[in-house]
Structure formats: structure tokens, C-alpha cells
Design a protein around this ligand. Structure first.
Ligand SMILES: [Zn+2]
Ligand SMILES: [Zn+2]
Length: 367
């Protein structure tokens, strides 16, 4: 069968042949791939960035944001059957640390995990995959067209879930989880797919959402943000220093740019007891002069928290799937418009090599 691969460390994507996988144990599920999303991680891999082949392969099949239809199940599989839509999660645990043995490889403490399509394990840009029921997340047919968003949405769900848990546990005036977000001022830095999907979650939970980016006001991502009731902050016009003056102090900042200089500058906009959650990974930037003492002074005197978040547990995938249904109800087609391009798998080169400000999420179609 056909698959799209990279040579780790070398730029370029190409087609390879792989054997069609078969069920090997009673809890295996065989899935026909329908859609696979592309994100910054894929583009980094395609440009020779961080990735690792499986031990027995000389190239790596990429793709980790998958959606497919069950083809065949082992005899012990109970959650799904042939014809059901599912997503498989990305990370596979190390098998021995506390987090992994509890089914939370996203919090693996040994670093010995693998990730499908990224690190040590073939991914989903191919025709069929087989994996364990344990890694499968059922997706209702009503959200078939946007099921491929489950993975990036799960990443935003985890970052927000962790932020809510932290704030709920330490703020004396917050009674329950909804009090952390409802009516609060939240700034999202970078409204690419992750930032924008975070915006959907936060709006649904009643937050006042401000999305900072440097795209035009009438670009698709700024329009989707305003369609869900968020406020677009044009970074070309509004200086970062003026955000607090213009919109007030932020109770939370959700960072999804990975631009280090911006990450530290934005701390100016964070209010007392505020939480700053970082999901963006800085690229190959030049070293940055950071006013370390000033940042620490501010964090301490204002009771602020900074947390980093990556990947997602199965609970977050389930939250993502439930929210996809709610986004449709609350915001109509806005969630569908997060997918700006669908490209047949044989035109894949274009998708990996070019992206524009008009693009939000590109999806490769296998089905
Ligand atoms: Zn991704
Ligand atoms: Zn582990």
C-alpha cells in the first residue's frame, strides 16, 4: 500500500510502499484512513527537522492527525465495529513509568515513549493502519467531516484542562471549574489551528476571548474567530505593550505561536493571579535577551503561574470529540471553516511545501 514518508534529518516527502497491516492480536483494530491533517510538526519533519524512524525502517511514514473508518476488529474489541469512525491517539507509552502504566503517556516521565508519525513509529499518511483498541477514540458520524480535528483539538483541551485544574485548586474565590473561564479575559497568542481551536473551547465555556496574530482582519482565521464571538487583535496595529491598556488585564494567556520574544513580552498583559499556558514550540531562533529578574519578580509579586503543555491523554480526545458536536450546535459552520484545504493524497508534495496566511488546517484525503 501507498504511504508518505520522510528521511529524518533530510528535507522532502516522498511515496513509499508498505505492506498492508493485518490484525495481530485480539484487541487490534484495522482502520481505513480517510483524512489526515497536516500541522507545523509535519512541516518541520518535511523540512529535515526532528523525527525518528521505527527501528526496522529506513524512512518514517509521517502523519499523526488521523481520522478513519474501522475495517476489521479482533475478537476482544468491544467499543467499535466495522463501519464506525475513529481516531487513534499519537503517543505510545514507555511501558514502565507511572504515567504510562496509568494510561497517560502524554505525561511520560522516562522520555522512552514513541509517537506515530513523529518519533520511532510509522504514522497515518497511508491507506490502512492497525493499532490497539486502547488507543482508539470513537467519533460520531455527525462530525465525520471534522473528525480529523480531534487530535489538534485534544492538544488544546489538555492545555486548557490543566490550566483550569491549577486555577481551581489555588484561587480562593473560584468555586468550580466554570468559574475559571466564564466571563474571564483570555488572550490567545497565535490563531493558527491550535490557537483557534482553543478559542472555540474557551468561547464555549463563556470566556471573553482575544486572539492576537499578524494576519489581515479579513483573513479566514480572523473571520472564524469573530464568528465565534472572539475579538481579533491585529498585531500589526496593536502593540503588545498596549494590550492591557486596550482590553484590560488577562486572567489567562494561551500561547500557540512559539515565538520566544513574544512569549515573554506578553507577560505584561497577564493580570494578578493569572495563568500563562504555553503550547507553541520555539523554532530555530537566535538567542534572546530575557529580563530574567524582572520576569521572576513579576511572577512572584502577582501570584502568576506559567505552565507548558504538549500532546494529550485519551480523556482529552474524548473531550475534543464531545466539543466538536457542541461547536456545531453553538457556532454552525464556523468549525468546518477551520479546514481550509482538502488535498487528494497524490498531490501531497504541494501541501507539505507551501502554506499561506489564508490557510488554517490542510487535510490530506485518503478516503
Ligand atoms: Zn499536529
Ligand atoms: Zn512513560
Amino acid at each position: 500500500m501507498k504511504a508518505i514518508a520522510v528521511n529524518p534529518g533530510k528535507p522532502g516527502v516522498f511515496f513509499v510502499e508498505r505492506d498492508e497491516p493485518r490484525l495481530q492480536s485480539p484487541d487490534d483494530i484495522k482502520v481505513k484512513i480517510l483524512d489526515v491533517g497536516i500541522c507545523g510538526t509535519d512541516r518541520e519533519e518535511a523540512n529535515g527537522g526532528r523525527s525518528l524512524t521505527a527501528p526496522d525502517q529506513k524512512d518514517l511514514v509521517i502523519g499523526h492527525e488521523m481520522f478513519g473508518v474501522v475495517q476489521e476488529t479482533g475478537k476482544d474489541v468491544t467499543q467499535v465495529r466495522a463501519g464506525d469512525y475513529i481516531a487513534f491517539t499519537v503517543r505510545r507509552g514507555c511501558g514502565h513509568c507511572d504515567a504510562c502504566t496509568m494510561g497517560r503517556p502524554d505525561m511520560c516521565t522516562s522520555g522512552g515513549y514513541t509517537e506515530r508519525g513523529i518519533w520511532g513509529r510509522d504514522g497515518y499518511q497511508t491507506e490502512f493502519v492497525v493499532d490497539k483498541e486502547d488507543y482508539c477514540v470513537p467519533i460520531p458520524p455527525e462530525v465525520r467531516d471534522i473528525g480529523v480535528l480531534a487530535e489538534p483539538l485534544s492538544v488544546a483541551e489538555k492545555a486548557i484542562d490543566e490550566s483550569v485544574l491549577v486555577q481551581k485548586s489555588r484561587l480562593p474565590y473560584v468555586r468550580d471549574a466554570s468559574g475559571v473561564l466564564a466571563g474571564r479575559n483570555i488572550l490567545i497568542a497565535g490563531i493558527g489551528p491550535i490557537g483557534l481551536l482553543a478559542g472555540f473551547i474557551l468561547r464555549l465555556r463563556g470566556a471573553k476571548v482575544y486572539g492576537l496574530d499578524v494576519v489581515d482582519e479579513d483573513s479566514p482565521r480572523a473571520r472564524v474567530l469573530s464568528d465565534i464571538g472572539g475579538t481579533y487583535v491585529d498585531g500589526k496595529k496593536v502593540k503588545v505593550d498596549d494590550i492591557q491598556k486596550t482590553y484590560g488585564s488577562m486572567d489567562m494567556i494561551f500561547e500557540a505561536t512559539g515565538v520566544t520574544s513574544l512569549e515573554f513580552n506578553l507577560l505584561d498583559a497577564l493580570g494578578i493571579n493569572g495563568l500563562y499556558v504555553l503550547t507553541g514550540i520555539p523554532g530555530g531562533e537566535r538567542p534572546l535577551q530575557v529580563q530574567g529578574p524582572d520576569i521572576i519578580r513579576r511572577l512572584v509579586l502577582n501570584n502568576q503561574v506559567m505552565i507548558g503543555s504538549v500532546n494529550a491523554g485519551k480523556t482529552h480526545y474524548r473531550m475534543a470529540v464531545a466539543d466538536l458536536m457542541k461547536f456545531r450546535q453553538a457556532y454552525g459552520s464556523a468549525i468546518d471553516r477551520v479546514i481550509t484545504q482538502r488535498i487528494p493524497c497524490d498531490k501531497v508534495q504541494d501541501a507539505f511545501m507551501h502554506n499561506t496566511a489564508e490557510e488554517i488546517k490542510t487535510v490530506i484525503q485518503w478516503g
